[in-house]
Design a protein around this ligand. Structure first.
Ligand SMILES: Nc1ncnc2c1ncn2[C@@H]1O[C@H](COP(=O)(O)OP(=O)(O)OP(=O)(O)O)[C@@H](O)[C@H]1O
Ligand SMILES: CC(=O)N[C@H]1[C@@H]2OC[C@@H](O2)[C@@H](O)[C@@H]1O[C@H](C)C(=O)O
Length: 364
């Protein structure tokens, strides 16, 4: 692919909240040129979510073929709607993530999708980074850098994704490239919606705390939050990343609280872990732009504004679509992989040197 070639590319992401597949088209040269196209979301049925949930924590050598085929089938359906796209970025579904141990496992075979869809597919974005000593996550930061350039801001900003897990990217948009030293600092902040969703499902048979209603009625158990922040993860310097279910102890710690108090406490645990992350940034960002489903939870957004010493608002304030940012990110990263450009750097994943991860599979 030529250096300046502009590509119509679609990215697809199945996130840790296990709610469905986001797909988004962009037009990009893999650097600063960025236009936005069609988007779609395909929710998983309850039965499909149950299959995926049962595969969490499993590795390729475990028998996950049914769950992996489900990921491929749903993605093939979703992506077949993007007939104009020349290239596909396919993240897959993370089943397990243990970068300093067994590695990282995103289910779904991009080679199968390339055959089915008849287009080149970039996939397995995280493994090379892990093999080179990196965390393999977060990977959206290089895309966040492109967004900050598009915003034409001249002071550091932070982009906070609140999905199942939270991740924050601090960006100095005055730097020339995302891999430039000092351009980015990125890391997972802690659990975000996953513990809240798990509690809502187990206790109340609801998918999530809609509009933060339960959390708003509860009283925060500050002792639980303070105890939670004593976990070694919060004393590690970034970059750092998390598996979805890394904090089982947090859910256990709210077991004896009422539904409302438990949700309020889990919501504050998420906000407080973000506030700790903000303290680790090189300088205070001018503002925090929130993406991912957590920005739709007004209780969480209120708590964030309370504990972070920086203005906090949804990324729509900067003109971007907070539901589709991750799908767009894997579209953008796919073009970078196809062009041989790096997708991570020491400051985003802790990898030894900037590298481009990802495999390209072409239809036979
Ligand atoms: N109206 C709402 N009120 C409260 N919470 C909401 C609302 N809408 C979405 N959410 C939360 O956002 C979650 C979905 O977020 P998102 O789609 O960003 O997650 P994801 O992409 O799967 O996760 P990750 O970024 O960790 O991979 C839902 O499961 C729910 O917890
Ligand atoms: C291993 C893995 O899939 N991590 C996800 C997860 O979901 C949020 C957070 O944890 C982040 O580290 C990452 O996803 C985003 C898209 C990323 O790589 O930037």
């Amino acid at each position: 692919m030529l250096k300046d070639q502009v590509v119509r590319v679609v990215g697809a992401m199945s996130g840790t909240s296990l709610d469905g597949v986001d797909a988004a088209e962009i037009v990009t040269d893999g650097r600063e040129h960025l236009e936005f196209g069609e988007t779609t979301f395909r929710p998983y049925t309850d039965a499909q979510t149950a299959v995926l949930r049962a595969a969490l924590g499993k590795w390729p050598e475990d028998d996950v073929s049914v769950a992996a085929e489900l990921v491929e089938t749903v993605h093939a359906q979703v992506l077949s709607g993007f007939s104009d796209a020349e290239l596909i970025g396919f993240h897959g579904q993370t089943f397990a993530h243990d970068p300093k141990g067994r590695g990282t496992h995103q289910a779904g075979d991009g080679a199968v999708l390339a055959e089915v869809l008849g287009k080149p597919v970039v996939w397995d974005f995280r493994s090379a980074d892990v093999q080179m000593g990196g965390e393999g996550a977060p990977l959206a930061p290089f895309y966040h850098f492109a967004l900050a350039k598009k915003m034409q801001v001249d002071a550091p900003v932070a982009i906070l994704n609140l999905g199942g897990v939270g991740n924050l990217t601090w960006i100095d948009p005055c730097m020339p490239l995302p891999e430039s030293e000092g351009a980015l600092l990125a890391f997972d902040t802690g659990p975000a919606n996953a513990p809240i969703n798990d509690l809502m499902q187990t206790r109340l048979r609801r998918a999530f705390d809609e509009d933060g209603a339960f959390g708003a009625k509860g009283v925060i158990d500050q002792g639980v939050v303070d105890q939670f922040l004593q976990q070694p993860f919060f004393f590690r310097m970034p970059p750092k990343s998390l598996d979805r279910d890394a904090f089982a102890g947090l859910s256990a710690a709210v077991e004896n609280l009422s539904d409302e108090d438990a949700v309020a406490t889990l919501t504050m645990a998420c906000a407080a872990s973000v506030a700790q992350g903000v303290q680790a940034c090189p300088h205070a960002p001018e503002r925090i732009l929130v993406t991912g489903g957590g920005r739709r939870n007004p209780t969480l957004m209120r708590m964030l504004a309370l504990v972070c010493d920086v203005p906090v608002g949804p990324i729509e304030h900067a003109g971007f679509d907070g539901d589709m940012l991750e799908a767009q990110a894997f579209a953008y990263l796919a073009v970078r992989v196809a062009k041989g450009l790096p997708t991570s750097a020491p400051a985003t994943t802790g990898v030894g040197a900037a590298i481009g991860g990802g495999i390209i599979s072409r239809p036979g």
